[in-house]
Design a protein. Structure first.
Lengths: 259, 222
């Protein structure tokens, strides 16, 4: 039964993809645009295969992934520490709320001109972009997780004689985990989007650079390969996080949340 | 504090709650019985008067709602207040048998019914090995039959373990069914006190003498 259902869902997923490929193929077949602007699906596939074989694609993927991982990890450490403080001490919010709101609404990419002037076009400027892009969603979710712990559960800790450190570790932290993981997932998505943009402006490697370079060389087939790879990697990252979230919150038998 | 105005919830509460017995605090809602219990549990401070409890007494609390940790299984919810090294697994198993949850030790709170969750909460309070158990209308949210079964279970546990129990309720039947001493609260003070120690468990709340007591309590509450 389960297997049958999975097969059915797989077919449902494949139908629109097949449809897109067909329309794409027909467009190139009737030369709606010249193949110079819109290459055939087969051309794109061949380019993809040859780039996998030469290893060129992996160089760019690993360059982008590397930046994301470094920037994301740094942003997470800051967001975690500041999120705990902000969540547990809501009285401090007047000090930082307006600043957070302000920076949350400034796209990190708009800071690139300044960042290039300040730290150059090296790795630092890209990593700072990722930190700025992923910090706010993580900070806000982590803050919410620690701030919204049910007071009734904390009282249970009090009547069972737990001190404030034990109450934090045994009640507040576990109850914040779903929000913490959600923040990480959103933050990773944001940093992935930001790195592509940053690499298109100032970089010599990475998927963003690869797309821009292909455009300069008038290789639209390479541009399409780059877009597809970015999309697939994003989906993959998201999937990994969804699985992790399930694994960590499965202990409660729930899908995404404790309650 | 409500709307910036100070309300005196309790005044002139003068009661001696005997050890190793089931003391029931009975009153209408808003009469201060929960506040009284929360002061005993040190969850709230009283600004006048004092509570005299031996400092070596361990107190645990059963709330109106089960308040279980949703991310922990039944058995880990029961041992929640204990230090890992000090958990005596035989005792915990005995406890789970006592509250009839042995089969559900690996289940999670959301998989249990309200009555079962409340039994887990009771087991958690007992696992803490308190000498005094405070109970704040623990069966109020349960249906009639579950409620009756839980009352029987509480009496059974009391007879086995001989703890001091302070039980808050607004149900006169419940007070008469389980209480050995009943303190009637009205407008923030102890209005009357009834001693029911001579009545053996299980009690028939419809027996003439207990109905007589019920009528008296009703008069005091009015």
């Amino acid at each position: 039964m389960e297997y049958k259902l999975q097969m059915k869902n797989l077919i449902k997923r494949l139908v629109p993809i097949a449809l897109i490929l067909t329309v794409w193929y027909l467009c190139t077949y009737f030369e709606v645009w010249s193949t110079y602007v819109l290459p055939t699906p087969l051309q794109v596939w061949n380019t993809f295969v040859s780039m996998v074989q030469s290893g060129e694609l992996f160089v760019h993927i690993s360059a982008s992934l590397n930046r994301v991982m470094i920037g994301f990890s740094i942003a997470f450490v800051f967001a975690f520490i500041l999120g705990i403080i902000a969540g547990l001490k809501p009285s401090l919010s007047p000090y930082y709320n307006h600043i957070v709101e302000f920076f949350r609404n400034v796209p990190p990419l708009s800071l690139i001109p300044l960042l290039i002037l300040w730290v150059g076009i090296g790795e630092e400027s890209k990593i700072i972009i990722i930190i700025l892009a992923s910090f706010f969603p993580m900070f806000l979710n982590i803050k919410k997780g620690f701030g919204s712990c049910d007071y009734k559960l904390i009282e249970v800790g009090k009547v069972l004689g737990l001190n404030s450190r034990q109450r934090f570790l045994k009640i507040i932290l576990p109850s914040a985990i779903p929000d913490l993981l959600l923040g990480m997932k959103v933050g990773l998505g944001y940093s992935w989007r930001a790195i592509i943009g940053a690499e298109m402006i100032a970089a010599a490697s990475g998927l963003g650079y690869f797309i821009l370079d292909a455009q300069n060389m008038s290789r639209s087939d390479k541009v399409i390969v780059g877009i597809i790879v970015i999309g697939l990697l994003g989906v993959l990252c998201d999937k990994i996080f969804t699985i992790l979230t399930k694994k960590f919150t499965r202990v409660g038998g729930m899908n995404n949340s404790w309650d | 504090m409500v709307n910036g105005k100070k309300h005196d919830v309790l005044h002139d509460v003068n009661a001696f709650l005997p050890q190793n017995s089931i003391n029931v605090i009975l009153g209408k809602s808003g009469c201060g019985k929960t506040t009284f219990l929360r002061i005993l549990a040190n969850l709230e401070q009283c600004d006048q008067g004092e509570v005299l409890i031996n400092s070596d007494e361990k107190i645990s609390f059963v709330f109106q709602e089960p308040r279980l940790m949703p991310w922990l299984s039944v058995s880990r919810n029961i041992t929640f207040g204990l230090e890992k090294q000090k958990i005596n697994f035989e005792e915990i198993e005995e406890l789970m048998n006592l509250v009839g949850l042995k089969k559900f030790e690996k289940a999670y709170p959301h998989q249990l019914s309200g009555g079962m969750q409340q039994r887990v909460a009771l087991a958690r309070a007992l696992a803490y090995d308190p000498s005094i158990i405070l109970m704040d209308e623990p069966f109020a949210a349960l249906d009639y039959f579950t409620r009756e079964a839980m009352q029987k279970e509480l009496i059974r546990i009391y007879q086995l373990k001989k703890k001091s129990i302070i039980f808050v309720t607004h149900s006169i039947e419940e007070a008469i069914a389980i209480g050995q001493n009943i303190f009637v609260f009205n407008e923030g003070r102890v209005h009357a006190q009834f001693n029911l120690e001579q009545y053996e468990y299980p009690r028939d709340v419809l027996s003439p003498s207990l109905i007589e007591i019920k009528k008296e309590i009703l008069k005091k509450l009015a």
